[in-house]
Ligand binder design. Structure first.
Ligand code: B12
Ligand code: SF4
Length: 493
């Protein structure tokens, strides 16, 4: 009897150690785009496949019971996590620099109250670029920096054996009240990993509408970015490395997903889909050969690269199903582009816009104002002019609905060069994880940015056709009035 009980107890202990909880917290405090699952420039496409969690899950699904909890689709996520923690090996949380931090902290606090010894691991862009501050939070034990797949597997295997974290590359962790930072890991090729296991989530909950798409889901074919923009976390996160899946794999996966889940459009989540043009041509060749009529949307491209690509290749993109390209144009002011280390010229914007129009590819472009150290008036005038010229390009041919502009205020991210410039220009340093979680990611009002400029940018943004639903003639009248007011502003350097 006693030995039977002991056995049962042992089995229970093993079971307890077998569950891994993967959690994607809410990216925004107030969900704006959930009801109709549609996206506009003022709404964030919140319904996203939790690719970060699935990338980790694929590495451990065989040996562990993996529970994926995505705050965006699991409305009772807090309770789900608390319930799952009783039997868990660890809780792993993914976070960007945004409200996800605040939501993640609150969940971890509740978890630690019930299960103080449950290891809590954080990963993703924010913890990777700010590991020590993240670990200064009392509810977080381990940070996995950078690409997560291999290290996560190593960490959970180590935790399950009660082993030591000492030699594991790419992690920072707490030990006897101190924070230990292990050396960085190498960046691995994506081709080494199993495919993203969409079957581990309820895909139907993640299917969204988007412009021309009725059934759209997220997909990515590469990780990292080779560029070194001074405002962006990507160079710090991936060390300017990039890895892309082989063209055959990409097309095989797209075909499989389209058929299995009846998908007509893929929202491409790569940081730079076009980095390797010969590889992309091959992907396009294969897509054309398969004739699957799937579309790729929101595909990130860099103007400094695409402006020089020939029309035959642009035509090929469109034929293969690239229906929308997302450019980070960032600014119409050359000084601002230079301060960002964008490696781009403002006249490349027009070339890319014209190519999109010529090849019937929709355009999404993002701009920001408020770069520290800029002449604010010049930055605003040039950026408004550039945006007006894009709107006019599409407006004159009656195709306003084929373009979308996102206009935001510069927002500093941890340890970027422009974060340092921001503190030099009067921004109070963000010293804790909570500070970052409470930071306004939508409309950051920098101390150096004059209030009248700030208000005018918001007014301009609200008046753009995709936000106000005005037609082209109404836009022209609106723009003339705004341009006059901008010219009348005092210069602010
Ligand atoms: C999809 C996406 C979103 C989605 C949400 C995704 C989500 N998690 O819920 C939406 C559209 C809501 C979104 C919003 C924002 N986003 Co976003 N987004 C992306 C995008 C395009 C793809 C992310 C993705 O799924 N990648 C694929 C997966 C597999 O990669 P991954 O997430 O990096 O995961 C790997 C590692 O990071 C790590 N990892 C990740 N999580 C975890 C967790 C653990 C425990 C471990 C061990 C490892 C780990 O392992 C994974 C596998 O290698 C990235 C750019 C990119 N190419 O990654 C930007 C990106 C993450 N976003 C970014 C930003 C800035 C934002 C916004 C703050 C922008 C803004 N001002 O509006 C907003 C946030 C909230 C808001 N204001 O709306 C930045 C992040 C910078 C930073 N310091 O956090 C990125 C990198 C874009 C960029 N280059 O600037 N975003
Ligand atoms: S802004 Fe875009 S191009 Fe520049 S480093 Fe970031 S991801 Fe790369």
């Amino acid at each position: 009897m006693t030995s039977k009980m002991t056995l049962k107890k042992k089995a229970c202990v093993i079971m307890k150690k077998n569950t891994i909880i993967l959690f994607n917290p809410m990216p925004v405090e107030h969900p704006v785009a959930i009801l109709n699952k549609m996206t506009t420039s003022l709404q964030v496409p919140l319904i996203n496949v939790p690719l970060s969690l699935l990338a980790l899950a694929r590495m451990v699904r065989g040996e562990y019971d993996v529970k994926i909890i995505n705050a965006v689709v699991d409305s009772d996520y807090r309770q789900m996590i608390l319930d799952a923690c009783d039997d868990a090996l660890c809780l792993a949380v993914s976070s960007m620099t945004c409200y996800q931090i605040r939501d993640g902290i609150e969940v971890c606090k509740a978890v630690k109250k019930n299960n103080p010894s449950l290891p809590v691991i954080w990963g993703g862009y924010h913890p990777s670029t700010e590991p020590v501050q993240t670990l200064n939070n009392p509810y977080i034990d381990i940070v996995i920096r950078g690409q997560g797949e291999l290290i996560f597997k190593e960490v959970v295997n180590t935790l399950s054996k009660n082993g030591s974290l000492n030699g594991i590359k790419g992690i920072s962790f707490k030990k006897e009240g101190k924070i230990i930072e292990n050396p960085p890991q190498e960046f691995s090729s994506l081709d080494y990993f199993p495919p993203i296991p969409y079957d581990m989530i309820d895909v139907e909950k993640h299917v969204k509408g988007y412009k021309f798409a009725k059934r759209c889901i997220d997909y990515y074919a590469s990780q990292g970015c080779a560029a070194g923009c001074n405002f962006c976390s990507e160079p710090l996160f991936c060390g300017r490395r990039w890895s892309g899946l082989a063209p055959e794999t990409v097309v095989f996966e797209l075909e499989y997903l389209a058929k299995t889940y009846n998908i007509d459009t893929f929202m491409i989540r790569d940081s730079d889909f076009f980095i390797n043009i010969p590889r992309l041509k091959k992907i396009c060749d294969l897509l054309i050969e398969k004739n699957m009529s799937i579309r790729l949307t929101s595909v990130n491209g860099r103007m400094e690269q695409l402006w020089r690509v020939g029309d035959d290749v642009w035509g090929h993109f469109r034929k293969a199903g690239i229906y929308e390209i997302f450019f980070g144009f960032e600014s119409g002011h050359q000084d601002a582009l230079d301060a960002m280390n964008k490696g781009a010229k403002t006249d490349q914007i027009k070339i890319c816009v014209d190519k999109c129009i010529q090849h019937d590819i929709d355009l999404r472009g993002s701009f920001m104002v408020g770069i520290p150290g800029m002449d604010a008036k010049e930055e605003m005038i040039r950026t408004f002019e550039e945006i007006n010229s894009i709107i006019s390009g599409f407006g004159k041919i009656g195709k306003l609905e084929h373009m979308d502009i996102l206009l935001s205020f510069f927002t500093p991210y941890p340890h970027t060069k422009l974060y340092d410039a921001s503190t030099r220009n009067g921004m109070k340093p963000l010293e804790t994880l909570e500070d970052w979680g409470d930071f306004d990611q939508f409309d950051f009002k920098a101390p150096w940015y004059p209030q009248e400029y700030f208000d005018l940018v918001k007014e301009f943004r609200a008046g753009m056709p995709m936000n106000s639903a005005c037609d082209y003639r109404e836009w022209c009248r609106f723009y003339e009035r705004i341009a006059q007011r901008v010219r009348g502003l005092r210069s602010q350097v």
